[in-house]
Design a protein around this ligand. Sequence first.
Ligand code: SF4
Length: 344
Amino acid sequence: MHDVPMGEILKKLRELNAERVLIQTPEGLKSEAQVLADFLEENGIYAIISGDVNYGACDPADTEAKRLGCDALIHLGHSYMALHLEIPTIFVPAFAKVDVVPAIEQNIDEIKKLGRRIALVTTTQHIHQLERARAFLEGNGFEVLIGKGDSRVSWPGQVLGCNFSTAKVDADGVLFIGAGYFHPTGVAMTVKKPTLAVNPYSGDAVWMDREAERLIRKRWAQIAKAIDAQRFGVITSTKKGQLRLSEAKRMVKLLREHGKYAKLIAMNHVNYFALEGFDFDAYVVVACPRVPVDDYESWRKPVLTPREVEILLGLHNEYEFDEIVGVERGTDEPLGLSLKGPVT
Ligand code: SF4
């Protein structure tokens, strides 16, 4: 369970004079969303819960909230991403209660294999403990670098599944703190340095380099599968933080210049099931970069990233992960909920 600061949310909504709100939640916070909706209604605010699956701050439901006549959107589970929002939006990041230091202490000998100068990164869930982790590591003789990153992230040291800008510092290796392989494989594929993932829940430490190599080999296999493809569907997403229209148009142009048939496709939730029936030999996803990397097994046609298309066309021979990059980041977000969007 995560703590949702219901009192703070209510206070912000009262400041906005909000009478009706939409609550958007990731899979893991559905029960908290429901408790929050009950709480707001007890306090005189009409609350609607979005039933759509949400994977990230790249997909705020501000347009839907406006259409539903809401005065504000509450976006649970993620920190703010620099996007043009149509309605006041309260981002409520979820911070885990687990202490990260015991898992670091338990794996200190393994961490030493990274070298003395290490980059330290984590996800939103553990970002509030990053300075504690740094202090502990420095006390054990490490030089710890926490990258500032670009505008797609809210805090130094934060990584997203599509952005590892904070890991790109002059370090010997990267220490990732968090659960699962999703983020640290992306780190290892992007920075191409030794990457160790320490899980604060289980206490396990896993080297991600081999997993990254395995994934990259699979990506080369996808490129090989598309070698005879003539007809390409180039997909971008209408989700605000995944809409990469100029890059998608560049892909269409590039493919056509190389004698291929290419069509631009726009869709909200990018998935193969919805594309069944179209006449394409292969697809290029210019939206969330994790779709081709993590979901390709559910696609019956080869599915590539823009960089992989360039490799296919002989323009590059070195593999690069397809990141969505931001611009230079301004000041750090406060740790905790933040109100963004037009406030009148
Ligand atoms: S684009 Fe993909 S990886 Fe990036 S925040 Fe959105 S869902 Fe996550």
